[in-house]
Design a protein around this ligand. Structure first.
Ligand code: ADP
Ligand code: MG
Length: 372
């Protein structure tokens, strides 16, 4: 379009607005997986089944045992900026759910064939919504929600071209699940690809896990995505989950982290200096239960290992940071992978000291090996 030609302004049609906006949220199958896992966890799910075909490009199905959606909500769920998670700016300041922007399902629906089947503890039957037609019909399902995403980017071939091989896309999907699995050791995860079970990480034992009752689901659990069960995960459960996801070798060559400073609690596990890597691809950090990649934290971690890691060697760690939600802005980026701290220096110091303390014994050992 030559820029010299006058063209009048017109409002874009809704579908196009959604497709443009979807670019920010849905980049590849793994982004769909991330958003759907967020939703399932926000709904209080304790068991998640993820089934993929062709790296998630052809087919992604996520089944949860969360509280489900009543019919009216189901119809609204695929609308842009429709959410059950915040009502006001005040809610946003202390949001504990993974989602709150009400964008994901609308975005996914605009670039795929989306179907959602859901049932609440109060309904006799499930309802299935076809997002493209907006039609709903009764379906069979236990309490919970199944979201089915077919033919990602079928209507936007330009985007589809950016996808990598099925194996690569699948690996990204697994990575998305690893992040959620590390964040929530109380929840069970199973990943299937092309009909084959690829990973299964057990959640908290059902006997000890708190089963949400209908009352819980309606009242108490409404604005609390993380719920109480999360807080009650014991150390053995955390360790088992970290071992499941990170592997036995990491467990052997890592040390526990636990440090409190200026209202910031940092815990998890840190690799010994001898267990470093060439790439920063095994660094997991969670702020109030949300996986993030944030410069303050990665810098603080790197500086804790400063004199024991040489050249470009990268530490390996799984760190959980708990901080007053009022001191973190999670609404920085549509995918919420970035956060902003009100005072980054406090977090930097807490992370650095936590790691320095944890690796001090192995640091001394490796220093000795290096000859001082
Ligand atoms: P957000 O998560 O930001 O609210 P989404 O578009 O991801 O926006 O979801 C819209 C709404 O649909 C959510 O607020 C929630 O009420 C409902 N929802 C989505 N997925 C599920 C699910 N798996 N179980 C129950 N409710 C869900
Ligand atoms: Mg969401």
């Amino acid at each position: 379009i030559p820029t010299s030609v006058y063209r009048p302004i017109h409002a874009l049609p809704d579908t196009l607005i959604s497709q443009i906006a979807a670019g920010e949220v849905v980049e590849r199958p793994a982004s769909v997986v991330r958003e759907l896992l967020d939703n399932a966890l926000d709904a209080g799910a304790t068991q998640l089944q993820l089934r993929l075909m062709a790296g998630g490009i052809r087919h992604i199905v996520i089944e949860d045992d969360g509280r489900g959606m009543p019919e009216d909500d189901l119809a609204l769920s695929i609308h842009r900026h429709a959410t059950s998670k915040i009502r006001s700016l005040d809610d946003l300041e202390s949001v504990m759910t993974m989602g709150f922007r009400g964008e994901a399902l609308a975005a996914i629906g605009s670039v795929s064939e989306l179907r959602i089947t859901s049932r609440t503890p109060h309904s006799e039957t499930a309802m299935m919504l076809d997002a493209s037609s907006g039609e709903m019909e009764p379906a069979a399902r236990a309490v919970g929600t199944t979201v089915e995403v077919k033919e990602l980017f079928f209507s936007t071939p330009a985007r589809r071209k950016f996808l990598k091989s099925e194996a690569t896309e699948f690996a990204h999907c697994v990575e998305a699940v690893r992040r959620h699995a590390l964040a929530r050791p109380d929840v069970g995860f199973a990943i299937w690809h092309g009909g084959k079970l690829q990973h299964q990480w057990r959640g908290a034992d059902l006997a000890s896990a708190k089963q949400p009752t209908a009352v819980d689901a309606d009242e108490a659990g409404f604005f609390e995505g993380l719920g109480d069960a999360f807080k009650e995960v014991d150390q053995a459960q955390w360790d088992r989950r970290i071992a499941d996801v990170m592997g036995a070798e990491f467990m052997e060559f890592s040390v526990p982290v636990d440090h409190q400073e200026a209202g910031v609690h940092v815990y998890g596990r840190a690799g010994m200096p001898t267990h470093s890597r060439n790439r920063a691809d095994q660094q997991y950090c969670f702020v109030n239960g949300r996986y993030v990649r944030e410069k303050t934290i990665t810098h603080a971690a790197r500086s804790a290992y400063e004199d024991v890691l040489h050249g470009h060697r990268q530490p390996v760690y799984v760190l959980y940071i708990e901080i007053d939600p009022q001191l973190v802005d999670v609404n920085v980026h549509p995918t919420k992978i970035e956060v902003r701290f009100r005072d980054g220096r406090i977090v930097h110091a807490a992370v650095r000291h936590a790691l320095e303390k944890a690796i001090a014994p192995s640091r001394a050992a490796s220093g000795a090996l290096d000859g001082g």
